[in-house]
Ligand binder design. Structure first.
Ligand code: HEM
Ligand code: HEM
Length: 212
C-alpha cells in the first residue's frame, strides 16, 4: 500500500509540546517538594539551601510553562488547519461525527481512523483544550502565589481564587489533572500508533504523518 507523507505540526507546536511536557515534569517534582520537603529542612540556610533551590527551579520551569501556554494560544488562532481551535471543538458536523467514530474505535467496535482527518481526533482535541484552560488557571494561581504584592496578580488572584491559601490548594489539585492526563495521554498515543500506521508518536518530533 502506498503511503503519502503529510506535514501536520509546525515547529512552534512541537517546541511548545516538549517545553510544556518537560516543564510539567519539573514542576510536579519541585511542587511535591515545596508541598512536603523530603530532605531534612533543618539544613536549610546552614549547609545548603534545598527549599530555595527547589523553589527557584519551580519558578524557572513555571516561566517555561507560561511561554509554552502563550505559544499554544497563539497557535489556536494563527496555527495551521490542524492546530487551530476550530479543529478541536465539536462545532462542525465533521467534528461531531468524529466524536462517535473515535468512541467506536476506542471501544474496539470499528477499525481505522477517519481518513480525512490529519489532526487530533475530537476526544483528544477537546481534552487538550481543557488542559490548556487548566494551565491558564495553574499559571494565574502560580503568579498570584509568587507575586501577591503586585496589583495585577493580587487583582486576578483575589477575584478568581480568593485567599492565597485557596489559590495554593487549587494549584495543588490542578497538579493532579496534569499528572493523570500525562499517564493516560502517553498510553493513548502509543495505543493509536499501534492501531494505525500513521506514525503518530514520531509526528510530535518530525511534524509529519503518513496517510494511505
Ligand atoms: C503544571 C504546572 C505546575 C504544577 C504541577 C505546580 C505544582 C505546585 C505544587 C504542588 C506546589 C505546592 C503547593 C502545596 O503546598 O501543595 C506549588 C507551589 C507553588 N507554585 Fe507551582 N506548579 C505549577 C506551575 C506553576 C507556575 C506556572 C508558577 C508561576 C511561576 C508556579 C508558582 C508556584 C509558587 C509561587 C508556589 C508556592 C511556593 C511556596 O509556597 O513557597 N507554579 N506548585
Ligand atoms: C513520552 C512522552 C510523550 C509523547 C510520546 C507524546 C506524544 C504526543 C503526540 C504524538 C501528540 C499528538 C497526538 C494527537 O494527535 O492527538 C501529543 C499531543 C499533546 N501532548 Fe504529548 N506526548 C508525551 C508527553 C506529554 C506530556 C508529559 C504532556 C503534558 C502533561 C503532554 C501534553 C500534550 C498536549 C497538551 C498535546 C496536544 C498538543 C496540542 O495542543 O495540539 N504530552 N503528544
Amino acid at each position: 500500500m502506498a503511503y503519502q507523507k503529510k506535514h501536520c505540526w509546525s515547529i512552534l507546536l512541537r517546541l511548545y509540546h516538549w517545553a510544556f511536557a518537560l516543564s510539567i515534569i519539573a514542576l510536579c517534582i519541585t511542587g511535591f517538594y515545596i508541598h512536603e520537603p523530603w530532605t531534612n529542612t533543618l539544613r536549610e540556610g546552614s549547609a545548603s539551601w534545598p527549599m530555595a533551590w527547589m523553589r527557584f527551579a519551580h519558578f524557572i520551569a513555571g516561566y517555561v510553562f507560561t511561554a509554552a501556554v502563550i505559544a499554544r494560544i497563539f497557535l489556536y488562532i494563527f496555527g495551521n488547519k490542524q492546530e487551530r481551535i476550530m479543529d478541536h471543538l465539536p462545532v462542525t458536523p465533521r467534528n461531531i461525527k468524529n466524536i462517535f467514530s473515535t468512541l467506536l474505535l476506542y471501544s474496539y467496535i470499528k477499525e481505522g481512523h477517519d481518513p480525512d482527518r490529519l489532526g487530533h481526533n475530537l476526544l483528544a482535541g477537546m481534552t487538550y483544550v481543557i488542559t490548556i484552560i487548566a494551565a491558564v488557571f495553574q499559571l494565574i494561581s502560580g503568579f498570584y502565589l509568587l507575586f501577591p504584592e503586585l496589583a495585577i496578580w493580587e487583582g486576578y488572584g483575589l477575584a478568581i481564587f480568593g485567599s492565597q491559601q485557596w489559590a495554593r490548594y487549587i494549584h495543588h489539585l490542578l497538579m493532579w489533572w496534569f499528572m493523570i492526563f500525562a499517564l493516560i495521554h502517553i498510553y493513548l498515543v502509543v495505543w493509536n500508533d499501534v492501531q494505525e500506521p500513521e506514525g503518530l508518536v514520531s509526528s510530535i518530533f518530525t511534524g509529519k504523518k503518513f496517510t494511505h
